[in-house]
Design a protein around this ligand. Sequence first.
Ligand code: SF4
Ligand code: SF4
Length: 462
Amino acid sequence: MHQLAMTQRAQQFQQEPIFEVSERGNRVIVIERESGDWEAGCKASINGIKARLQQGLASKQRVVSNHAPEIALECTLYLSNKCNLRCRYCYSRDVRNVKENGETMSLDMLKKVVPAVLSMNWKAVNFFLYGGEPLLDPNLVTDAISLIHHENTHYRKRVSFSIETNGTLFTPENIAIIVAADVHVGVSMDGPPAIQNRNRPTKEGRSSYDMVVHGLNLLQQMRIPFSITATIVQPCDLESVFDYLLRFQWTPFIRLSPMLPEGNALQITSNQSCNTSQEALASAHLRVVDRMLANNRYSHFKVHCGNIASMVNNLVTDMRPDFCLKSPCGAGYGMIEFHPNGDIVTCDKTYYRSELGVLGKINDIEHPRDLQSLYDTSPLRRMIASRTVDTITLCKDCAFKRFCGGGCSLGSYLKFGTFAREDVLCEYRKRMFEGLLWRLQDNPYNALLLMKPWLFSQGVSL
Ligand code: SF4
Ligand code: SF4
């Protein structure tokens, strides 16, 4: 029977298993590289672990499909390029010009975009309302949502809405609009006043902290659930940002996203006393994970950090909901974005590299149904879709490839000038996945404490 299981398994992966071993003291974690199955144990049991992995008896996960058809299309509508802030890491290279004189998406443009998106093959569409700053024109937010609902009476797709805002322009009136339309609210905010004001000044160069805090207070008073995404410019900020978010308890839902070196961010020079290496970034992030575990175990205020939860998810399940942690990444399949001038791209991170071009222009589409064939045949999208962990030289031999997915297509392009290489933050990702694996083997509850901490709110003893 074991022989049969081994034969089926060898056929499934078309090769002999390849084991990667991480050792700490007397403990080992063994990963079967091609499947992503892993198991931990003591050193003396390593042969038994390998045998179980080989026979499929120790499976922790199996990546069946990254792109199941029932997964929703992620559609971002950049309602306006204009913004009242001048974040120093903005991806836009010509940030002052774009944010000052940028365009706003017209209603006519929306009327072309929305039916075309709804007629694509996906059964569900998650609409993201982005900018610039989308709340500079709340009426446009309302118009876009009304139009989508109106058109969808014909297409009958499952739709959801999210808005990402810098949080400085909330009023009771625009919050009421958001609530009425059942829109998930994401606020970009970098934490303590010194970091927020340094990273995200107003266009006049003034502090934005008090404006955001005013907005967060309003959201709390009106009992609106929301998430906060903090961009981490340098590793030495990470722990103080986390401590701030934990102390102020604006929301349990946070993301701590390392900055991508693109656009304005290329000009940033870090504090000289800060170690900016990827090793330092991973160490700081893993220290935050330890604090989060301790907090989620003992505190009533449990924190869910989206990007950590996604990594843990990839270590313990076969689902790949995070578009930046799948192979190919979402820029290759499952994402589409529209800019106010009608440009169509898959991921905005590729948009600011003009030499990459775009998928097309919405004005060039005669019939809504033509968007799907434009998407299917776009050379840029197909090139990114062909970028998988099994085609990238370094990734295909990486112990963590089934968890990482090869990382960001644009991150590869930025560093190496090609999509065919590993992520710009590859070393950080390796250290994160290995560090998380060790934390998961420490305590079987740790995965849930990071992915679904609210399950422990009833005081389960660990
Ligand atoms: S980007 Fe780095 S960590 Fe990710 S799969 Fe490739 S080699 Fe591994
Ligand atoms: S290009 Fe980068 S940011 Fe865009 S979907 Fe892919 S991984 Fe995510």
